[in-house]
Ligand binder design. Sequence first.
Ligand SMILES: Nc1ncnc2c1ncn2[C@@H]1O[C@H](COP(=O)(O)OP(=O)(O)O)[C@@H](O)[C@H]1O
Ligand SMILES: [Mg+2]
Length: 292
Amino acid sequence: MGGIRAMTEPQLGLIYDRVRLEEKAIMRAARKRGLRINSIDAKKICLDLTTKDSREFGHVVIQRCVSYFRGLHLAFVLKEMDIPTINSFDTSQICGDKLFATLAFIKEKIPTPRTFLAFTPEEAIKAAENLGYPSVLKPVVGSWGRLIAPLKDRESAEAILEHREQLSSPIFHIYYVQEMVTRPPRDIRAVVVGEEVVAAMHRHAASNDWRTNLARGGKAVRLEITPEFEELALKAAKAVGGGVLGVDMMEGPDGLLVHEVNSTVEFKGLSHVTDVDIAGKIVEYAIGLVKK
Ligand SMILES: Nc1ncnc2c1ncn2[C@@H]1O[C@H](COP(=O)(O)OP(=O)(O)O)[C@@H](O)[C@H]1O
Ligand SMILES: [Mg+2]
């Protein structure tokens, strides 16, 4: 295997479960640089774990599965195969669970909204009462703002928590309750590639939603990188283990707060408001990780 690797130019693996604009852009960027890219549909993988053959993956892998659990399990396989992966298993795991990420921010003294953890609706209500209304209930695993609910008063909080308790997935019974940050109807998304913030945008919430996610109709607005959020975004990226990351920040009353770092960052919206070739930056970073 080592011989095969040494003889050939670096081969880039791209694992996906849905080909979005981002995956197409990464493939184009790799081809433009004369790199061999091996696109692998995760849904077609059937891997013998005993004889696992790492050659099909390449010398470095960009793991872009939409499914968090699928991507995480693949990242572990790649870690065991000693193949550098964007993002690593550890980074993917921390970013993929809001509780793990929050603890990583707290550990590194990164300003983040005050958050409580509980395992029953009864204790979650105490968290909301402690934080005051409105507060925010989030599933620890999830994206695109899905199932993130404002707890507006005790009555609605009890109703929402009762409903969560009925959901069958145990992940919804981890109650992550957070202070509702008073902020303008927008947040900041910065894309970090390795040691660099490559691009950023404001995300303005749609008029019919308090969440700023572009998946909920939020609007991407051009934003120049300033030292204030650049430094914070790099610190947050480092706190979760680094890689290619989307750092989300809110403009709170006392300054910026990091509320999330996304491990499989989407950049379709951002690419409309920046001239930076984000896919190109990702490919170049990936090649830099190939083991010599
Ligand atoms: N504590 C909060 N206070 C105010 N707004 C919040 C808070 N947490 C989340 N939001 C809003 O909801 C959006 C989605 O929350 P986030 O934690 O990023 O979850 P997701 O992974 O679903 O994007 C944020 O981008 C922000 O607009
Ligand atoms: Mg988010």
